[in-house]
Design a protein around this ligand. Structure first.
Ligand code: ADP
Ligand code: MG
Length: 322
C-alpha cells in the first residue's frame, strides 16, 4: 500500500462536514473560516508508543486518546472543538491497526464535531501527534491565571483512576476484574470535559486540565495566578474502584497520578450558586476540594487538619535530566 492509498483509505473522508472548512484534506494546507467575534484556540499533544501508552494498547483506544488529550486542552480553555490535524508515524502499513486507530479517532471526532483537515504520514516508531483547534467567543477564553483569594477550587469526575489503571496493567497492583476494566478504561479512553469547559465561560476565574496529576497541574494554575491553595484530602473525589483499593494504594494516585484529563478550576464565592445550577445538567459531577489562599504553594490537609505531604509531585519527562 502506498502513502496516498493509506491516507485515502483511513483518513481522507468524503466532503467536509463542517461548513467552516473551505478546503480540507488534499491540498497543501487546509483553509478554515473563523466566525466573526470568535478567537482561535490551538493546542498540540503527542503520544509516543511505550511512553504515553503501553505498546499493547488497543489501536482504537490510541486513536481515541490521541484526540481526547487535545480536546481536553480545548475544554480547559472553554473552547468548542472545530478542526484538527494528525501527524502520524507508523512502523508499517498494518491494516488492522490503522483501521482500529481511525475508528477510535473518528468516533470521538464525530461526536465532538471536530473535523480532520490535514496531516502528515511517515514511517517510523509509532508516534501520534494531533493538533486541535477550537473556537471561543472573544474575551471568554479560560486561563490558568485569574484565581483570587477566597475562590473555591473544583475538580470534575474522579481523580487517580488512570494512574491506577496503568499500575494494574503493569502488574504493580491487583484489582478485581470489573475494577481493573474500569480503571483501564479511564487510562485508555479519557473523556474530554467539553460541556463543562463551555459552561465555565464567565463563571470560572481560572482553569486547567489535569494531565500530570492534581498537585502538578493545580500548582501551575496557582503559580500563573500568583496565589496558593488549601486542599482537603477527604474531599478529593474517588471512584468506587479507587476506594476499594484505597487501603493499599493511599492518596498518591489521586494527588499525583497522571492521565486523568479532568478539569480543575476556581470559581469566585459569589458565582458558586450559579455554578451548582449549571453543574446539575452536566454529564460529569464536580466537587469542591478546597479554596484559594494568599500564601503561595499548596497546603493539603488530612482529616485532622494536619498537613499531608504527597510522595511525588507529578509526571515530568525531563525531571531527571541535568
Ligand atoms: P504535502 O507534501 O503537500 O505536505 P502530503 O503529501 O504530505 O502533502 O499530504 C497530502 C494531503 O493529505 C495533505 O492535504 C495532507 O494534509 C493530507 N494528509 C496526510 N497525512 C494525513 C493524515 N494522517 N491525516 C489526514 N490528512 C493527511
Ligand atoms: Mg507532507
Amino acid at each position: 500500500m502506498d502513502e496516498f492509498t493509506l491516507i485515502n483509505r483511513y483518513f481522507a473522508r468524503q466532503a467536509p462536514h463542517r461548513r467552516d472548512v473551505v478546503v480540507g484534506i488534499g491540498d497543501d494546507a487546509a483553509l478554515c473560516q473563523i466566525p466573526a467575534g470568535m478567537s482561535l484556540v490551538a493546542t498540540t499533544d503527542m503520544l509516543v508508543e511505550a511512553v504515553h501508552f503501553p505498546a499493547a494498547t488497543e489501536a482504537a483506544a490510541v486513536g481515541h486518546k490521541a484526540l481526547a488529550v487535545n480536546l481536553s486542552d480545548l475544554a480547559a480553555m472553554g473552547a468548542d472543538p472545530a478542526w484538527f490535524t494528525l501527524a502520524l508515524a507508523v512502523p508499517d502499513a498494518d491494516e488492522a491497526w490503522l483501521e482500529g486507530f481511525s475508528r477510535g479517532l473518528f468516533a470521538l471526532a464525530d461526536r465532538c464535531d471536530c473535523e480532520l483537515i490535514g496531516g502528515d504520514t511517515v514511517r517510523g516508531p509509532r508516534v501520534v501527534a494531533v493538533q486541535a483547534m477550537g473556537l471561543v467567543p472573544e474575551g471568554q477564553g479560560l486561563r490558568r491565571a485569574g484565581a483570587s483569594v477566597g475562590d473555591r477550587i473544583y475538580v470534575s469526575g474522579t481523580l487517580g483512576d488512570a494512574a491506577l489503571g496503568l499500575a494494574v496493567a503493569q502488574g504493580e497492583i491487583e484489582a478485581g476484574v470489573p475494577q481493573a476494566q474500569y480503571l483501564r478504561g479511564r487510562l485508555d479512553r479519557p473523556e474530554p470535559r467539553l460541556e463543562l469547559g463551555r459552561a465555565l465561560r464567565g463563571l470560572a476565574s481560572a482553569a486547567i486540565d489535569v494531565s500530570d496529576g492534581l498537585v502538578a497541574d493545580l500548582g501551575h494554575l496557582l503559580s500563573a495566578s500568583g496565589v496558593g491553595a488549601r486542599v482537603r484530602l477527604q474531599q478529593l473525589p474517588l471512584s468506587s474502584a479507587y476506594r476499594e483499593l484505597h487501603a493499599s494504594v493511599g492518596w498518591d494516585a489521586a494527588l499525583s497520578g497522571g492521565d486523568d484529563y479532568e478539569l480543575c478550576f476556581s470559581v469566585p464565592e459569589d458565582r458558586v450558586a450559579q455554578l451548582e445550577n449549571v453543574a446539575a445538567d452536566l454529564p460529569c459531577a464536580i466537587h469542591c476540594i478546597g479554596e484559594i489562599v494568599p500564601r503561595p504553594g499548596m497546603c493539603i490537609e488530612d482529616v485532622d487538619g494536619r498537613e499531608y505531604q504527597p510522595a511525588t509531585s507529578g509526571h515530568d519527562h525531563f525531571r531527571n535530566d541535568t
